[in-house]
Write a protein that binds this ligand. Sequence first.
Ligand code: ATP
Ligand code: MG
Length: 220
Amino acid sequence: MDTARKLKINCKPLDDLLGGGLEGGIITEFYGEAGSGKTNICIQATRECVLNGIGKVAYVDTESVSMERFIQICKGSYNKILSNTIFFKPSSFLEQEKIILGLPKVKNIGLVVVDTINMFYRIMMEDDEEGANRSLVRQLTSLQLLARKQNLYVIITSQVYTTENGDFRPFAGRGIEHMAKTIVKLERIGEGRRKAVIMKHRSQPEGREAVFYITKNGLE
Ligand code: ATP
Ligand code: MG
């Protein structure tokens, strides 16, 4: 396995922060408040995966990604990128599980996106906490195995809740903390301005930060 395999997001500060880009063979998690840039990162990584010929993208979308934003970020290559992206749109956490457990059968995937992993989790938690936690572990285990066996890239995003001291943390912490080998927190620090902080990484120091911008064209 080529452990040095990296997928550049093509946003220099973010790629530098990640030691050259997303790492293959593992799950990378981005978490942050609404509007912090999670979906922008997913779309831009999708674009880069297809345009660099890495493979198709399996895009598990729980929030109805904006096609208008897709077009803005993919521009002239929009058709090529869309025809190489397989969208899955679950409407419950168990349906999401079924989709994720079925991904190993999909051919020629280079990148798996789950945006977000924990929206339906949160809903299911309301009346079946144990079931939701078990399903989350099955989903994450399956994603991790898929990443490792096929050495592909996996991005998951997480919605957050605010803690008592005003910080925020991903809803559904524990399971994800172990399974995701890279964890990046996203913060809004101004209009279009965002800060990314390494919370966990296997080869980069924790707490390292990068500032990037969300513009009409994506992440810059
Ligand atoms: P959520 O949790 O609600 O899904 P998110 O973290 O996925 O949020 P994104 O959708 O990635 O957030 O980012 C939204 C941000 O992108 C908003 O601040 C918005 O202003 C910015 N944005 C979207 N389109 C443009 C554009 N054309 N030009 C500049 N900024 C844009
Ligand atoms: Mg989003």
